[in-house]
Design a protein around this ligand. Structure first.
Ligand code: CP
Ligand code: NVA
Length: 298
């Protein structure tokens, strides 16, 4: 049966570790994998902007010997309201080998996958960003040389895709995760419901204590209208990661999925400092995408 990657929660601990381990192998020996996906075609579908996800998937496919088609949804029969998601998925399945989709709605992504006979990969929805977090785990493992006995502290908007995927991943891998966020921006209850080792607090000092990794995401995710900016900055400014907060974290490293807004969720003196690993984090998206494609395409 075909396998999709729609949520971190659909993966077992073993599957997560296997993807990371394959990414490590691919990174060490790029040439060995250069024809593994020869003649395979990836279809990229985007409803939202992207730099990292789009480019890392395209380069991954190219370096594995395959090909990518970028499909502009806005100009498609689906985007124009002339064709259903179901029919689009069924037709596309006749042409390509795998789909990577960045959509607003997780329900639409699930519908796309249900109606496709080929694997579907989430390139982010409003609910989750699984490929991001798999790449982040690879980066954490490289930097800390372990994924056990560590603590991640997350600051900011936590009712968001990156936080949700982080919660699922940390629960599965037994990683301590402390989330400092405003009450209005707590993770969804459906995500927290069966989670383990996750603390949600309004106290930044509690969250940062003994953290190995400090993680933030944008305060203005792609789907949030500009009109909400002032209100959100007011609510979130207490959770900004600046050097004063970082100094309470001993040797903790700084991570951000990017894109970043300096002066909002993080200050320049943190994101551009030696403790910041954001560029290695972005770079590793390439290797994790390769591992995901290799695992899903049979
Ligand atoms: N981190 C991330 O997914 O970046 P893009 O929005 O540029 O793809
Ligand atoms: N939470 C962010 C992640 C961007 C990669 C967003 O959805 O825009």
């Amino acid at each position: 049966m075909k396998k999709d990657l729609l949520s971190i929660n659909d993966l077992s601990k073993t599957e997560i570790l296997e993807i990371i381990s394959l990414a490590e192998k691919v990174k060490k020996n790029t040439r060995r994998y250069k024809s593994k996906l020869k003649n395979n075609v990836l279809l990229d579908i985007f409803e939202k902007p992207s730099l990292r996800t789009r480019l890392s998937f395209e380069v991954a496919m190219y370096q594995l010997g395959g090909h990518t088609i970028y499909y502009d949804l806005a100009g498609s029969p689906l985007g124009k309201g002339k064709e259903s998601l179901e029919d689009t998925a069924k037709v596309v399945s006749r042409y390509v080998d795998v789909i990577m989709a960045r959509l607003y709605s997780q329900d639409d992504l699930i519908k796309l996958a249900k109606n496709s006979s080929i694997p579907v990969i989430s390139g982010l929805t409003d609910y989750e960003h699984p490929c991001q977090i798999l790449g982040d785990l690879l980066t954490i493992k490289e930097k800390l040389r372990k994924l056990s006995n560590i603590k991640i502290a997350y600051f900011g908007d936590a009712k968001n895709n990156v936080t949700h995927s982080l919660i699922f991943a940390c629960s599965k891998l037994n990683i301590k995760l402390s989330i400092a966020c405003p009450k209005e921006m707590q993770p969804l209850n459906s995500v927290l419901k069966n989670s383990r080792n996750i603390e949600v607090t309004q106290n930044v000092n509690k969250a940062i204590k003994n953290a190995n990794i400090v993680y933030v995401d944008s305060w203005m995710s792609y789907q949030i209208p500009k009109s909400e900016h002032t209100k959100r900055v007011k609510l979130l400014k207490k959770y900004q990661v600046n050097s004063e907060l970082m100094n309470k974290a001993g040797k903790a490293l700084f991570m951000h999925c990017l894109p970043a807004m300096r002066g909002e969720e993080v200050t320049s003196d943190v994101i551009d400092s030696r403790r910041s690993i954001v560029l290695d984090q972005a770079g590793n998206r390439l290797f994790i995408q390769k591992a995901i494609l290799l695992k899903l395409i049979k």
